[in-house]
Design a protein around this ligand. Structure first.
Ligand code: COA
Length: 153
């Protein structure tokens, strides 16, 4: 089941975040995202196993963060969650932007499967656990392509 994130999900969401990130968002940041952003969770057997946070801005959107519990990765849940979350955006964005660590090949492959492509690199953007820095890949999904596909059918 995929549904809107609620305050009661924050503890579990923050727990998943800590399992997958070296520099995790805090519970407070997740609390704020419940009211400020479009925040979605995915459940498996009644337990939250992943989340996705999108920020609509005018006629665009930013994908701020998403994760699937490591125990549940590789089963198509991340893809389903991302597609659903994008579909639910109420501002009908023309494009969606995101930034991702250059080394995060799983996420980059997921985003490419969902129609994002790489447009730029932000050098030395992310802190690494060893104190050094890592490049960010900037990706965009042009939502009007979806309409173009529809018209081709
Ligand atoms: C990135 C992430 C959300 C993917 O979720 P997931 O549920 O494991 O992904 P899915 O099973 O839906 O896979 C969808 C696609 O992603 C890609 N993918 C997923 N895991 C992959 C891996 N380990 N290696 C390469 N590609 C991978 C594939 O293209 C896959 O499509 P396919 O199954 O047709 O080959 C998950 O790995 C995760 O939570 N990672 C840690 C947090 C993170 O990096 N978040 C994103 C940055 S904020």
């Amino acid at each position: 089941m995929i549904r809107k994130m609620q305050m009661s999900d924050v503890q579990r969401v923050a727990e998943i975040e800590r399992l997958v990130q070296t520099h995790p968002w805090t519970s407070k940041q997740f609390e704020e995202s419940v009211s400020s952003y479009q925040s979605t969770v995915i459940e498996y057997q009644s337990q939250v196993v992943g989340f996705c946070i999108l920020q609509p801005v005018l006629d665009e959107a930013n994908l701020l963060l998403m994760a699937i519990d490591p125990k549940m990765q590789g089963q198509g849940l991340g893809y389903k969650l991302l597609e659903y979350s994008i579909e639910q955006l109420k501002n009908n964005p023309v494009q969606i932007f995101l930034e991702v660590r250059e080394s995060n090949l799983a996420a980059i492959a997921l985003y490419e499967k969902s129609g994002f492509h790489q447009i730029d690199v932000r050098r030395n953007y992310y802190p690494k656990a060893d104190g050094s820095k890592e490049n960010a890949i900037i990706m965009v999904k042009s939502c009007s392509d979806d309409f173009a596909q529809l018209f081709k059918m």
